[in-house]
Design a protein around this ligand. Structure first.
Ligand SMILES: Cc1cc2nc3c(=O)[nH]c(=O)nc-3n(C[C@H](O)[C@H](O)[C@H](O)COP(=O)(O)OP(=O)(O)OC[C@H]3O[C@@H](n4cnc5c(N)ncnc54)[C@H](O)[C@@H]3O)c2cc1C
Length: 300
């Protein structure tokens, strides 16, 4: 990250929450489940799938984990009622992983069971590295009884190739992404190209083994590399999909759709939109720069 980008990120963190909300609104479906449902209906009408995420991550106690679990359960009711082409993504720490691993496991298990009843699917998001092992363990334990659950692997982690070799043996349904948390150089690739190279290497292994992969990236280079692998390895269309975050690289999203590939948009919603929005804004220096310019024009 350049000095300039660092400076902008610092300014974004200092800005008022209302201003962050104003600029981040394209990344969030709104504060309520209804607003997310309406957006998903719009996507579905264009042939685009969704995965719904109830925002919120650092919960402080088991009670809050229970609230998060209840909100996630309601997503399935909305999916059924509205016949949405959507599934659910969950963050293990939101469901209690940082305070009680068994509780998080039980919450995710119940969500997977409910999803199974309605022929739906739960994607377990991957958070920062202190939780990687526990998240994989929860996934593996649930997968022993249910196959409508999948996991996320992050190409920036050096361990990911080995995790893939092991998880391939189970027939894992993956989402592969670069990874969004700040990790130490001892365990993570840092340069743009080394992360991309690992992404391609891991993706190739997943696809060659016949696993289903959600290819989650807005990086045109990686989309093109995925196209190449799909072509060269002759991967059938029911073995992968592309995935993107709401509000990001919409032109590329439409291109993938027009090229005839399945695409799913990650649709976050809920009252706890602030940390998610800050992460999105930090990722895109151009938006962050626009915000900084706006801050100064506000002051005039
Ligand atoms: C569906 C989905 C689910 C994800 N789940 C997880 C997860 O479980 N765990 C995890 O660690 N990470 C997750 N991520 C985030 C991911 O790890 C990356 O941090 C993020 O996707 C950026 O990497 P990129 O491959 O898009 O490449 P980048 O090189 O970061 O982005 C490529 C281009 O996309 C554009 N772009 C990227 N981000 C933004 C933005 N915020 N706003 C506007 N434009 C942008 C920029 O033009 C950039 O040049 C997920 C991403 C997606 C798409």
């Amino acid at each position: 990250m350049s000095f300039f980008h660092n400076l902008i990120v610092l300014l974004v963190e200092l800005m008022p929450k209302s201003l962050v909300g104003f600029f981040a609104r394209k990344y969030i479906a709104g504060e309520t489940l209804d607003s997310a449902v309406n957006l998903v209906k719009e996507f579905n009408s264009k042939g685009i799938y969704a995965t719904l995420d109830v925002l919120g991550e650092s919960i402080k106690n088991e009670l809050e984990a229970g609230f998060a679990f209840n909100k996630a359960m309601k997503v399935f009711d909305a999916i059924v009622e509205n016949k949405l082409l959507a599934n659910l993504s969950v963050k293990p720490t939101q469901l209690g992983l940082a305070i009680n691993e068994v509780l998080a496991y039980e919450h995710i298990l119940k969500l997977v069971k409910r999803a199974n009843e309605i022929d739906n699917f739960v994607r377990i998001d991957m958070e920062d590295s202190p939780y990687t092992d526990a998240t994989i363990d929860i996934y593996k334990k649930i997968f022993e009884s249910y196959n409508n659950v999948g996991i996320v692997l992050q190409a920036y982690l050096k361990r990911t190739y080995n995790d893939t070799i092991l998880l391939n043996k189970l027939g894992t349904d993956y989402r592969l992404c670069k990874g969004i948390y700040i990790e130490p150089v001892s365990i993570a690739y840092k340069s743009k190209q080394s992360i991309r190279d690992n992404f391609v290497k891991v993706l190739e292994t997943m696809l060659k083994n016949g696993n289903y992969v959600g290819i989650a990236t807005h990086d045109e280079y990686l989309v093109n590399e995925a196209y190449r692998l799909i072509r060269e390895l002759n991967i059938p269309k029911d073995k992968f999909e592309f995935q993107m975050l709401l509000g990001v690289q919409e032109e590329l999203r439409d291109k993938i759709k027009n090229d005839g590939y399945k695409i799913r948009v990650y649709v976050p919603f809920g009252k706890d939109w602030y940390p998610y929005s800050i992460r999105r804004l930090k990722e895109n220096p151009q938006i962050a720069w626009d915000i900084v310019k706006n801050i100064f024009s506000f002051k005039k």
